[in-house]
Ligand binder design. Structure first.
Ligand code: UDP
Ligand code: MN
Length: 266
């Protein structure tokens, strides 16, 4: 039996909303593989119950923080140090192969073929295409890799202060090595691409597999009109954000504790 799983991460209730919608998107796409969420102690008990209802496995891990304020300030994202927590995914050694998905991604079409790829497979980052974007990557859990990543992080830090800088330095042969480890961009279409190359998005967008809502404006922070059930967003993003919200409204919102409903769409 091959043991494979999708893995995501949520260190608070806000990102947990993204994780819940992501898990429903995997179901809707008919994935044959289970989904696992890594959480930290700050996720509340009612939210853990919700996650338990949708994920095959909810694993509590410690916060790892890059503590690298200077580099993160350069990116204008002081919150990203916490993304180091992602590294814990290498400890899921009950699985042979996994695909990590950020909690701000949405699976639009079945992507189970990703499990045929090897570690470390990922798609290029639009900001610097010789780096991979660490929102979607194929990896092989291993306690040895985990501890060597931690050592590497302690000795060398991360050039951007977050997990993406660390992982790109660690898996530095990605840019020039095996082309099979370069996932097509369709597996990690970052929302900025709509602005930077709209004609390409119009041409190829219907083949989109995974959308990644990068940046500070996460789907659950957008203004949502509950009467018309539509999301307020720039034109090119609206259709994909609406997809996120349709799943949220139909699958997630009704299951939330009244005290948690206020965290989205206001
Ligand atoms: N994350 C989290 N809590 C945080 C920040 C990030 O759980 O406070 C996790 C979450 O899975 C998120 C990922 O780390 O999707 C990477 O952060 P983010 O998606 O915000 O970075 P971006 O893709 O915008 O660069
Ligand atoms: Mn992300």
């Amino acid at each position: 039996m091959t043991s494979r799983a999708w893995v995501t991460l949520a260190t608070n209730d806000s990102y947990s909303l993204g994780a819940l919608v992501l898990a429903h998107s995997l179901r809707r796409a008919g994935s044959a593989y289970p989904a696992v969420v890594l959480i930290t102690p700050s996720v509340t008990d009612p939210m853990r119950d919700r996650l338990n209802a949708v994920f095959a496995n909810v694993v509590t891990v410690d916060v790892l923080d890059s503590g690298d304020a200077a580099h993160l300030a350069l990116l204008q994202r002081p919150d990203l140090g916490i993304t180091f927590t992602k590294i814990h995914c290498w400890n899921l050694t009950q699985y042979e192969k996994c695909v990590f998905l950020d909690a701000d991604t949405l699976v639009v079409q079945n992507c189970d073929e990703l499990f045929d790829r090897e570690e470390l497979s990922a798609a290029p980052d639009v900001g610097w295409p010789d780096c991979f974007n660490s929102g979607v990557f194929v990896f092989r859990p291993s306690a040895e890799t985990f501890s060597s990543l931690i050592t590497f992080a302690q000795e060398r830090g991360s050039f951007d202060g977050g997990d993406q800088g660390l992982l790109n330095s660690y898996f530095s042969d990605w840019a020039h090595g095996d082309i099979n480890k370069h996932l097509p961009f369709l597996y990690n279409v970052t929302s900025a691409a709509f602005y930077s190359y709209l004609p390409a998005f119009k041409q190829f967008g219907q083949n989109l597999k995974i959308i990644h809502f990068i940046g500070a404006a996460k789907p659950w922070l957008q203004h949502f009109n509950w009467e018309s059930r539509s999301v307020d967003a720039p034109e090119h993003l609206r259709e994909l954000l609406q997809l996120w919200w349709d799943l949220f409204v139909s699958q997630v919102h009704t299951q939330l504790d009244p005290s948690m409903s206020g965290v989205a769409g206001n």
